[in-house]
Design a binder for this molecule. Structure first.
Ligand SMILES: [Zn+2]
Ligand SMILES: [Zn+2]
Length: 436
């Protein structure tokens, strides 16, 4: 048995807003730096991307697909009739083509230039049946996000509600950037499925590709072995999920659907009568003040859940009413079956990560994500210590200290879960607060 780091959900330049320079060679480059061994191909149902992958990936004796020394799992994301996104992993090219043929009559864009993530007009159970009949596997993608996800506000509360009789064919759900195991294991109905943490990358940038991944203990990097691990059979398993701290994700916190301000509650010392007219506005936040912020917030969440809470900022600025929507954390709060996570015995640990480039940017106080200084430091650290994952998770702090003390302090705090975050929401990523 061997250890493989796998990021099983990415996209191709045939999806909207994907970098044109994303290709096998640029992916390979990032995999080397990050320490990724297995990558999803992204968008494998799209005809041109399929052709590109088929002519470049070499089938190995063990059944896996390789490009040079990185392994690939044939993968796509699709949207169904309920506007839910699903992640699909395929055993081989024959099953990709078989499924492409079966889905064609139900989709207007599956063969399009821009059909990277096709819309398939089938219900979730019908889709699961078709996919699994052809030997591939499927599960809900970024399961809790406020858009295009199975558990979004106003949609489903459990897997069975959505997939009905096909539920038992599911082996995994994908957590998404704004959730982790502690949040998802508050739902009793998820205790038997495996959790995948994937990047959903739209570029080969090391801040994106591999920002979430799964560490597999399997015999070889093939689809069959990944499937055994998801089913937790023959000693195959996921031994670690790694992903952004949920607060760094784009959809952690509730937000106004129009101005995209995040809604926060803070303590107010003096007594006030009603919380709903005590607030302040900034460019990014509506902050409510209350002498009992916990119960005020719960009260507020009730209203938001019923789709009855309007954004006070939009009312002031546009004199129009726009609704506040639940973020991932509040939606989980509303549909959870326990306050604390109840991890089943099989659940691996979850490492809350921050991309190394963002750690370096923070300590240098550099906003640009393409700064030469930051990239130089990043590349030097990789040269010195090995891969990004080793630096974040394994390399002794004393070694990093010699290289850069400030970076080492932040990585130590990360490993000890001591970092404070400003939560992301409404499409804006969260941020690290440096006063640790
Ligand atoms: Zn998606
Ligand atoms: Zn607003």
């Amino acid at each position: 048995m061997d250890i493989f780091n796998a990021d099983l959900h990415i996209h191709s330049p045939h999806s909207i807003a994907v970098s044109k320079t994303l290709n096998l060679d640029s992916m390979l480059d990032t995999c080397k730096k990050k320490g990724l061994n297995i990558l999803g191909t992204g968008d494998i149902l799209q005809p041109e991307w399929l052709k590109y992958m088929e002519s470049n990936l070499k089938r190995q004796k063990d059944g896996s697909f390789a490009y040079k020394d990185v392994f690939f799992i044939l993968q796509t994301e699709i949207e169904d009739l309920e506007s839910i996104h699903h992640l699909i992993l395929f055993p081989d090219f024959d099953s990709v083509k078989e499924i492409q043929d079966k889905l064609k009559p139900h989709s207007k864009n599956i063969l399009d230039e821009w059909g990277g993530r096709p819309r398939i007009n089938l219900s979730p159970p019908a889709l699961v049946d078709i996919i699994s009949d052809s030997g591939a596997i499927i599960g809900p993608a970024h399961a809790f996000t406020p858009f295009k996800a199975i558990f979004r506000q106003g949609k489903f509360k459990s897997l069975a509600e959505c997939y009905e009789g096909a539920t038992k064919k599911l082996t995994f759900i994908e957590l998404g950037l704004s959730a982790n195991t502690d949040l998802a294991d508050r739902l009793e109905s998820l205790k038997n499925v495996s959790f995948l943490s994937n990047s959903d990358a739209h570029s080969q940038d090391p801040r994106s590709l591999g920002r979430e991944f799964n560490r597999f203990d399997i015999d070889n990097p093939s689809f069959e072995e990944i499937l055994l691990a998801l089913k937790r059979k023959d000693n195959r398993k996921i031994i670690l999920n790694v992903g952004l701290h949920p607060k760094l994700g784009k959809y952690y916190n509730m937000f106004c659907n129009k101005c995209r301000r995040r809604i926060l509650f803070k303590n107010l010392k003096k007594k006030v009568d009603s919380i709903f007219n005590q607030y302040s506005l900034t460019d990014n936040f509506v902050i409510y003040y209350s002498n009992d912020p916990i119960s005020s917030r719960l009260n507020y969440l009730d209203q938001v859940s019923k789709n009855k809470m309007n954004c006070p900022a939009c009312k002031e600025e546009l004199n129009k009413n726009f609704k506040v929507k639940l973020g991932v954390s509040e939606r989980i709060e509303k549909i959870s079956t326990s306050i604390d996570p109840k991890h089943p015995n099989h659940r691996p640990p979850y490492f809350n990560a921050i991309p190394l480039i963002d750690i370096i940017r923070s300590v240098k106080n550099i906003k640009s994500t393409t700064s030469k200084t930051v990239l130089n430091d990043y590349n030097n650290m990789i040269k010195e210590f090995g891969t990004e994952f080793e630096i974040l998770i394994d390399v002794p702090i004393t070694k990093i200290e010699h290289f850069n003390q400030k970076v080492s302090i932040l990585i130590k705090a990360l490993r000890n879960n001591e970092i404070k975050y400003t939560p992301g929401g409404g499409g804006t990523y969260g941020q690290i607060n440096l006063d640790i």
